[in-house]
Design a protein around this ligand. Structure first.
Ligand code: SOE
Length: 391
């Protein structure tokens, strides 16, 4: 399709740090590798400091800057607001944007509380009635191996799900000298490892199995309760001075879960797994087979088919890079050449833009985000009380 045939979709992004950079890369790359149904433009990026946002715009490829996100809602050349800010701002920006008729892509977790997430779902429902779309950014759904895992479960290849073992392991807080950032501040982030990375494995579990988590019992732990105040912080690292401040969120979260299909889940999210940088490890055991995935080897899915027997039966290592068979792969490289962290963000843009053009509600929806929020909330309440709780 030629550019002239496509309607324009102007994007305004709020925030330009780690997630903002990942989203910028996706907005830049998606139209270059995929035949998008709309002509996306990186219209404006928002940040409070005029010099820093100007530098970010030049570096990340945005056409203009604003220092107040409200301005995006007044601009006719902005059709979609992409929210890459800490969780305490999600509800206010998303609801205002949707009510102003702008499509919204919101980083995960959807909100800091269930109440905020419920208001966001109400705003998304109001907007959908006017053809305005909302999506929450659980990007790992768009890893080709995860898509294949979901397909195999849907096709009945592992039968009834009995066990889910889900871990999200990082180690960037292992050093007590790593300074404070918004991610360690409950007011800004809502929770720690639980909401930041635990949210991903909750979403992936529900996405792959097509089931819901129905009950949980959890424990949360903060191993280092006081850290240096940051003099600078970017991404997941920074430097601190002599002054220290409190860590008000969990460093690690572990919980057991019951699933709607009758299976059991064991979940672990931590920022203290030395040596594990971004290990999302999933193993699903069903009545007919098993699946295993590790994001640190993200182009591979392991599949065990219990119907096979004999000397060669065993886990099969599937390299998920075949353009004829694996989601998104055809737009990229020849077989075996592999994708990385940023590709899932590009796929997210592709799916969102396609849904907007088709007049469909994109997934994961704000309602999906609320579902995850309810699980996180139940884990927190259960950990506080030391009891089992229904979601
Ligand atoms: C930090 O733990 C983080 O950046 C998460 O916030 C992201 O969602 C994940 O993709 C990578 O790790």
């Amino acid at each position: 399709m030629g550019d002239a045939d496509r309607a324009r979709l102007g994007v305004g992004m709020v925030g330009y740090s780690f997630m903002g950079a990942a989203h910028s890369q996706a907005w830049r790359t998606a139209p270059r590798f995929f035949d998008l149904p709309l002509r996306t433009e990186m219209t404006a990026v928002v940040g409070r400091d005029p010099e820093r946002v100007a530098e970010a715009a030049a570096r990340l490829g945005w056409d203009s800057t604003e220092t107040d996100w409200h301005r995006l809602l007044e601009r006719d050349d902005v059709d979609l607001v992409d929210i890459c800010t800490p969780g305490d701002t999600h509800a206010e920006i998303a609801i205002a944007a949707l009510d102003a008729g702008k499509h919204v892509l919101c980083e995960k977790p959807l909100a800091n509380t269930v109440a905020e997430a419920e208001e966001m779902v109400a705003a998304a429902d109001r907007a959908a009635a006017r053809g305005v779309r909302a999506m929450v950014g659980f990007t790992y759904r768009r890893v080709p191996a995860i898509q294949l895992a979901r397909q195999l479960v849907a096709d009945g290849r592992i039968g009834q799900v009995r066990h889910v073992r889900a871990q999200y392991l990082q180690d960037w807080l292992s050093d007590p000298a790593t300074p404070l950032s918004w991610r360690m501040d409950k007011k800004k982030a809502g929770s720690g490892a639980l909401g930041d990375i635990g949210a991903h494995i909750v979403d992936l579990t529900q996405f792959i199995t097509g089931e819901q988590i129905t009950g949980v019992t959890g424990v949360l732990e903060t191993f280092v309760t006081e850290r240096p105040v940051a003099t600078e912080f970017a991404g997941l690292s920074g430097t601190g001075g002599d002054e220290t401040g409190p860590v008000s969120v969990d460093d690690a979260a572990c919980f057991l879960a019951t699933m709607s299909g009758g299976g059991l889940g064991v979940f672990e999210a931590t920022r203290y797994a030395q040596g594990r940088k971004n290990a999302i490890r999933l193993e699903i055991n069903g009545s007919r087979g098993s699946l295993a995935f590790d994001f640190e080897d993200m182009n591979v899915l392991h599949f065990y088919d219990a119907d096979e027997s004999g000397a060669t039966a065993g886990f099969r290592r599937i390299v998920v890079t075949e353009s004829d068979h694996h989601a998104y792969v055809a737009a990229w490289w020849p077989p075996g050449h592999g994708l990385g962290y940023e590709h899932a963000f590009t796929h997210q843009v592709v799916d969102l833009v396609s849904a907007i053009a088709a007049g469909d509600d994109p997934a994961p929806s704000f309602a999906d985000g609320l579902g995850v929020q309810r699980v996180l909330d139940a884990v927190e309440r259960s950990a506080e009380k030391g009891i089992w709780l229904d979601v």
